[in-house]
Design a protein around this ligand. Structure first.
Ligand code: MRU
Length: 348
């Protein structure tokens, strides 16, 4: 069930069109950005979110950032481009797809330094669109590879949203569910609500219900009991950055789910594209963890739920050590029981 998470409208100059995910599931509206401040803000505020979708937004954000550049020389244009990519790089720190996409845009500019400024603008737009189209294909492949791990009648637990909304379309973790469902495996899903921003409640249940996959919403603190009752056959989650040894950063709470899965003998899988691996990092210890505003915890969605002035610590991600991961499902295949050597072999 494709979701038009993000797209480009018009030519050059044009606009980024994004579903405003902060409004879901109550309102289905699009945000249009024709300048880099708007794109930066959309990434920061989670209008567009999920590692692969952030990558696409960064690439398209680069284009809206340079499309009106008045540079006459390539030297000046490259300065303008660097300013835009450096700015976008400050929006969110954890999802490596953001940096991966910005590097790719810079690389394309390097490779086309013999072109004119208008030609290079067009090439950068084409590259951003290619990143989107590639991601759609990658997600289908992740779905196909992951669905092989799902047996008929299985119940899957997931955390946060790694669906069509978090990617070009179709998702990573949810791709596994969509593909298993399309293969007639009669699966069902438990979705953690995912405090504090409720991506599980607001987005995952929305996507799965639209796809007519039976989904049951639980609060995050119910996962242990649900596993103890024997209701879960496997866990599948997405990732924001995977270190060279297979340690995987994902939405805060994922690490706890992995430990619970181990305790209850439930296999725990991570689904992610090759672009989510960061082979410059040896282990997950080196992954930068985003910290978010206290208000998201104390007055999320406009209702105060803690006393004014309450001290808050809000890491947005955690890292699940590779030892808890039964397999990482990628578009290239499944890395079972990940180790540095296996990750290198599949991804490098
Ligand atoms: O803060 P978010 O909503 O961007 O966090 C998203 C996640 O943690 C996803 O699980 C991850 O990016 C994978 S998306 C395919």
């Amino acid at each position: 069930m494709p979701v038009p998470t993000i797209d480009w409208v018009g030519g050059l100059p044009g606009k980024i069109k994004m579903i405003d995910q902060t409004l879901l599931p109550n309102q289905y509206k699009f945000l249009y950005c024709d300048n880099v401040k708007c794109a930066w803000d959309a990434i920061k505020r989670l209008v567009v979110r999920g590692a692969p979708a952030i990558g696409v937004a960064a690439a398209m954000g680069t284009v809206v950032g340079i499309q009106k550049s008045k540079a006459k020389t390539m030297k000046q244009f490259r300065k303008d481009l660097k300013k835009v990519t450096s700015y976008l790089a400050t929006s969110r720190p954890t999802a490596v797809n953001l940096f991966w996409a910005l590097d790719r845009m810079e690389r394309v500019a390097d490779e086309n330094s013999d072109k004119t400024v208008p030609e290079l603008k067009r090439i950068l737009l084409d590259e951003a669109k290619t990143i989107l189209e590639e991601d759609k294909k990658i997600c289908r492949r992740i779905g196909r590879n992951g669905a092989k791990l799902v047996k008929k009648g299985d119940t899957i637990l997931t955390h946060c949203n790694a669906g069509g909304l978090a990617t070009g379309d179709y998702g990573t973790a949810l791709a596994v569910m969509f593909a298993a469902h399309e293969a007639g495996k009669k699966i069902s899903v438990y979705a953690d609500e995912t405090r504090p921003l409720l991506q599980g409640a607001r987005l995952t249940t929305w996507e799965l219900m639209k796809a007519k996959i039976p989904v049951t919403l639980i609060c995050d603190n119910m996962a242990a009991q649900v596993m103890k009752e024997g209701r879960i056959d496997l866990v599948v989650v997405g990732a924001d950055r995977i270190a060279g040894n297979g340690d995987a950063a994902n939405k805060i709470g994922t690490y706890g789910v992995a430990i619970l899965a181990k305790e209850h003998g439930v296999p725990f899988y991570v689904a992610a594209p090759a672009s989510t691996f960061d082979l410059t990092l040896k282990t997950g210890e080196e992954i930068p963890i985003e910290e978010r505003a206290a208000e998201e915890v104390t007055e999320g969605f406009g209702k105060r739920t803690a006393p004014k002035g309450a001290k808050v610590y809000s890491p947005a991600f955690d890292v699940t050590p590779a030892k808890y991961i039964a397999g990482i499902i990628t578009e290239r295949g499944v890395i079972r029981k990940p180790t540095s050597a296996k990750v290198r072999k599949m991804i490098a």
